[in-house]
Write a protein that binds this ligand. Structure first.
Ligand SMILES: NC(=O)c1ccc[n+]([C@@H]2O[C@H](COP(=O)([O-])OP(=O)(O)OC[C@H]3O[C@@H](n4cnc5c(N)ncnc54)[C@H](O)[C@@H]3O)[C@@H](O)[C@H]2O)c1
Length: 370
């Protein structure tokens, strides 16, 4: 088992990564968070797969454990879902108390919703993360950002609330659909671009193994990415500085997610995931960087081929630049009217924030996606 510590003074916590960890969630939760009762919050896909094992592990460690579920998928990451979960929690035979531990089981949506519920239930109760999607393992479960979407935009309602521990059972990836695996790989490639060129080279080399779900390769990938995320969060918990670099690809990516995310249809499952939109956002941001002389053309092309090698989109027809710009202006990352862009800073592996990117540069970059 590998351990990465998120160093945040008295709110520090460990991220445990290994095979078979689900069976130890109860014991680990007791060590990290204490308490007598626990509520597992999970979605409708993950519940039948893993909630029984987690609830049994919690009961085995002495918790009175219950499970509350919500319908899977980003469209359900809303205040209405949180309200419904509160109804479920207050109707439990064991009423919640200040020491009740919330256990977030699932992908990033479950983690964001359960973390927000934990931040606000009785003005804040402890919670632990048990991420089961690659994206949640390498990114969203670490760092304490919790919240839900609003019709006006993604993640506009939320709170910082750090978990007491993050328990990553790599075995759960066996059931993750390939399209979700690719989505998580986008955030790993992002970490390489902003912080670690050697990680990017490693992903490039191991793309076939990663796409095939190779267990060893995935274990190393997760540990390397958690270490990067943990270091960034420890340096800047509230996003006053370097944590903003994690938004690389997200400014245009979130706008694409808002307009085109569900193109193809949620019913068929053939829609763009968060990571797919981030991949397109990174391609566009790379184009802005090339136009500014911050990145070589060959580096931009290399990133595109790494994205394509792990089955992420690098082009999307039919995007309306003006529409995307309008959405970007409503993004949280806008400061005093200026859209703040994270761009590679003269090389892959390092990044900086730029507040002077013009609308024309953004529109040119979006046009490159067609
Ligand atoms: N809080 C943060 O810092 C942060 C960072 C990045 C992303 N996010 C958020 O994370 C969300 C995306 O996360 P996601 O990609 O995990 O989405 P998700 O939670 O919707 O999970 C993707 C799909 O995979 C299913 N799933 C999860 N684990 C599974 C498993 N082991 N086996 C089978 N199916 C499984 C889910 O039910 C869902 O259908 C977005 O809402 C994004 O805003 C948050």
């Amino acid at each position: 088992m590998r351990t990465v510590t998120v160093a945040l003074g008295e709110r520090s916590y460990d991220v445990l990564i290994g095979s078979g960890l689900l069976a130890a969630v109860g014991e680990r939760t007791r060590d990290a968070a204490g308490g007598r009762s626990a509520v597992v919050i999970t979605d409708s896909n993950v519940a039948p797969l893993y909630a029984p094992a987690v609830a049994a592990s919690l009961a085995g460690a002495g918790y009175v454990a219950h499970v509350a579920t919500f319908p899977a998928g980003e469209p359900h990451k809303t205040l209405a879902t949180v309200a419904d979960l509160f109804d479920q929690v207050f109707a439990l035979p064991t009423p919640p108390e200040r020491t009740t531990v919330v256990v977030a089981l699932g992908g990033g949506v479950a983690g964001d919703i359960a973390g927000f519920l934990a931040a606000t239930l009785l003005r804040g109760v402890p919670f632990v993360q048990v991420p089961t999607s690659l994206l949640a393992m390498v990114d969203s479960s670490v760092g304490g950002k919790t919240g839900v979407d609003h019709a006006a935009g993604k993640n506009l309602i939320g709170a910082f609330h750090q978990p007491r521990g993050v328990f990553i059972d790599t075995d759960t990836l066996a059931t993750l659909p390939p399209v979700e695996m690719a989505s998580g790989l986008a955030e790993c490639i992002k970490h390489g671009i902003i912080r670690d060129a050697s990680l990017l080279a490693w992903i490039e080399q191991h793309a076939p193994a990663l796409a095939a779900g190779d267990r060893d390769a995935l274990g190393e990938l997760i540990a390397r990415n958690v270490a990067i995320k943990a270091a960034v969060v420890a340096a800047d918990e509230r996003e006053g500085g370097v944590r903003a670099h994690l938004n690389y690809g997200h400014t245009i990516g979130h706008a694409i997610e808002a307009v085109a995310g569900l193109r193809g249809g949620a019913d068929t499952g053939d829609y763009l995931r968060h990571g797919h939109c981030v991949a397109l956002g990174m391609v566009a941001a790379g184009r802005i960087a090339v136009a500014r002389g911050l990145l070589g053309e060959s580096d931009a092309r290399r990133v595109e081929s790494i994205l394509a090698a792990v089955n992420l989109p690098v082009r999307l027809a039919g995007l309306n630049g003006a529409e995307l710009l309008g959405i970007m202006r409503r993004d949280k990352k806008v400061l005093a009217g200026a859209i703040r862009f994270v761009l590679p800073d003269r090389a892959l592996g390092r990044a900086a924030v730029f507040a002077d990117v013009s609308d024309a540069e953004i529109l040119d970059a979006i046009a490159c996606l067609s």
